[in-house]
Design a protein around this ligand. Structure first.
Ligand code: IMP
Length: 467
């Protein structure tokens, strides 16, 4: 097995810091007194699609390393930069700021899609030289994709509504200890052996159970070797890389995919993804200790969306759902599916604050609510036994039958265009934000009021967001 260290962090980060925008004091200076810098986690606080990509893109400007810690190409981050739209699936959003970008061990990687994404970025003039992929991340193979689709078809009405990118089957093989890892692409012989072993079982499953054409070893090995040639230079010991970066006082962002309620252990099972988006998983997903993290930014929309099946208490019934969808352009980045839209659910958001140990909240897409005269906000659930609760139900059946109890907040009915500070926001919009803060007991540190990176309001200053 060829050794790979390939951390490539030190010189790159030092030269990047010299060009740091915004006049903040480099962390390397501060770290000489403070010791290693802690890392910051950016986590989705709802069912994904909260706008994490834009926030990571913004904070990446003042960071050195950006890491994805779980998930795969089921994620889709849309970033609008100088009028150009970028849709990223595997690569952390920091790539647009030229940062060192890590795909951590907790991720699953579709080699064909990753190569296409890297090539697509290069074609648009974005260098991907800073991408490092953990050798311990697992590969999504064509049989995973085929099985994901076939299982959904078989489930029929009971389907989860997955992105059909092979995520569940790839993580299942990882847990069963029969997965193929990124480091296996370093040696064509080993890779071929692993294909042979895997296909002996997977082809039976594909043909007999799912009535899908079997895969051919030769063709697969050839196709994967093409990807391997492209990806080999990026394979790295990313745990070591991130550890070194932190010790040198560099600023590291850990970027989650999907969101809290899609967490395999704590989300709305079985309508969840197969990894752990929660902030606690960032440490294992990247390969650092939990003591290295001290800031957790939760990202939530000012309303809620969900794609795929599963319970959704505040889902809007009626024409206002379509209105929110149109105003918020709520269509999936990965699948193009219409997102289901609902009013802000503070019961679920309080749960997300608790599960993630959130240190502050980023509220996105506040501008989408500008069209509404009254804005319902769910503060409690009414359970089947008639009681009301502000805590997220621990039992699945209670959640499935929970009815939202709303408080109605006044809308502002005016554009938020041009708002640069909290004072620029209409009083009712400020009232909406402070209602959320009070209810959650967490400070809102950033408010996004438009798609572009600049369209944010930082009530306590941008520098304080990841300080
Ligand atoms: P999977 O992750 O493709 O297995 O899909 C499982 C569930 O998670 C489905 O409901 C998907 O719609 C949802 N999901 C997966 N990735 C995302 C995402 O990035 N945003 C929103 N929902 C997602």
């Amino acid at each position: 097995m060829p050794a790979f260290e390939n951390t490539g962090a030190t010189e790159d980060a030092a030269s990047r810091r010299r060009g740091r925008p915004g006049g903040t004091r480099p962390h390397s200076e501060r770290s000489s007194k403070l010791g290693p810098m802690p890392a910051t986690v950016i986590v989705g606080a709802q069912w994904g699609d909260e706008g994490k990509g834009k926030i990571v893109d913004l904070l990446a400007q003042d960071s050195d390393v950006v890491c994805r810690y779980q998930g795969g190409p089921n994620a889709g981050h849309t970033i609008v930069r100088d009028g150009e739209t970028f849709k990223l699936h595997h690569v952390p959003s920091g790539i647009l700021s030229g940062k060192l970008c890590v795909v951590g061990a907790g991720c699953v990687v579709d080699p064909g899609l990753l190569v296409a994404e890297l090539d697509g970025l290069e074609e648009r003039g974005v260098s991907t030289a800073g991408v490092r992929v953990s050798g311990n991340a697992h590969l999504i193979m064509p049989w995973h994709v085929a099985i994901d689709s076939a299982s959904e078809r078989r489930l029929g009405k009971l389907q989860i509504g997955t992105t059909r990118r092979g995520i569940g089957p790839a993580y299942a093989d990882k847990a069963a200890r029969i997965g193929i890892r990124v480091q296996d692409i370093l040696d064509p012989k080993i890779l071929r052996q692993k294909f042979e072993t895997a296909l002996a079982e997977k082809n039976v499953l594909l043909e007999r159970m799912h009535s899908v054409e079997p895969l051919e070893v030769e063709e697969l090995a050839e196709r994967m070797e093409e990807c391997a040639v492209r990806l080999r230079p990026s394979v790295a010991d990313t745990s070591l890389l991130v550890d070194r970066a932190l010790r040198e006082g560099q600023r590291v962002l850990l970027e989650g995919a999907q969101g809290t309620l899609l967490d395999l252990d704590h989300g709305t099972y079985p309508f969840v993804t197969s990894s752990n988006p929660l902030a606690g998983a960032a440490a294992t997903g990247v390969g650092i200790g939990p003591t290295r993290i001290d800031r957790v930014l939760g990202v939530a929309k000012a309303y809620v969306t969900r794609v795929g099946e599963g319970p959704f208490p505040t889902e809007i019934q009626g024409p206002e759902e379509e209105r929110v969808r149109d105003l918020g352009a709520e269509y999936g980045t990965t699948t193009g599916r219409e997102r289901r839209c609902g009013w802000l659910d503070l019961v679920a958001l309080r749960f997300a604050v608790r599960l993630n140990g959130m240190t502050s909240l980023v509220l996105t897409k506040l501008d989408v609510l500008s069209a509404f005269a009254e804005i319902p906000v769910c503060t409690r659930y009414r359970l089947p036994d008639g009681t009301e609760t502000a805590e997220f139900p621990a039992h699945q059946s209670d959640f499935h039958h929970a009815e939202p109890v709303y408080e109605s907040l006044p809308g502002w009915r005016t554009t938020l265009d041009g708002a640069e500070s909290l004072a620029d926001l209409p009083a009712a919009a400020r009232g909406y934000v402070s209602f959320v803060e009070k209810w959650l007991g967490v400070e809102v540190s950033l408010i996004s009021v438009g798609a572009e990176r600049e369209r944010v309001v930082a009530p306590h200053g941008l520098a304080s967001v990841a300080e």
